[in-house]
Design a protein around this ligand. Structure first.
Ligand code: CUA
Length: 157
């Protein structure tokens, strides 16, 4: 039984290692990489491109820079940090997120938007938002003493 248990462990580690190192599998990143200390070198994460952008009638992009302990969604016209975005019901939204420091867990509670944001990778997820209401964008990966302060609101109207 010990041999069976040990063999199963080795098999699982081999499968995990094959996926991670040979196939380059990473949660939600599709292999897209970025320098965590210079995220603005990628056009999507330039300061003026953060937050909600409409790209077509019913298509939007939301670019987010996560850091301890904040979700940066850019600034509004008055220069204040955006902490609330409104998206019309039925829209297709591409969420793209990076982190400048540690791992964060980007989750819009009550929706299926839930992805790890890891240093060095661009996490992306496209969803159709079909349920109206106000949802809270939270961090669900403990990232330090201010972990609970990482939030914003996403309203589907
Ligand atoms: Cu960021 Cu927890």
């Amino acid at each position: 039984w010990l041999i069976f248990g040990g063999g199963a462990l080795v098999l699982f580690l081999l499968i995990l290692g094959f996926g991670a190192f040979y196939l380059g599998t990473h949660p939600q990143s599709h292999g897209a990489t970025i320098d965590p200390e210079n995220v603005e070198t990628n056009e999507a994460f330039e300061r003026e491109n953060l937050g909600l952008t409409q790209v077509d009638d019913d298509r939007y992009i939301v670019n987010i820079v996560a850091s301890t302990f904040n979700y940066d969604l850019g600034d509004d016209e008055e220069g204040n940090a955006v902490s609330h975005i409104e998206i019309p019901k039925g829209s297709t939204v591409l969420f793209q997120a990076v982190t400048t420091d540690v791992i964060h867990g980007l989750n819009i509670a009550g929706t299926n938007v839930n992805m790890m944001v890891e240093p060095g990778y661009i996490s992306s997820l496209e969803v159709e938002l079909n349920q109206t209401g106000e949802f809270t964008l939270v961090c669900n990966e403990y990232c330090g003493v201010g972990h609970h302060m990482m939030f914003a609101t996403v309203e589907v109207v």
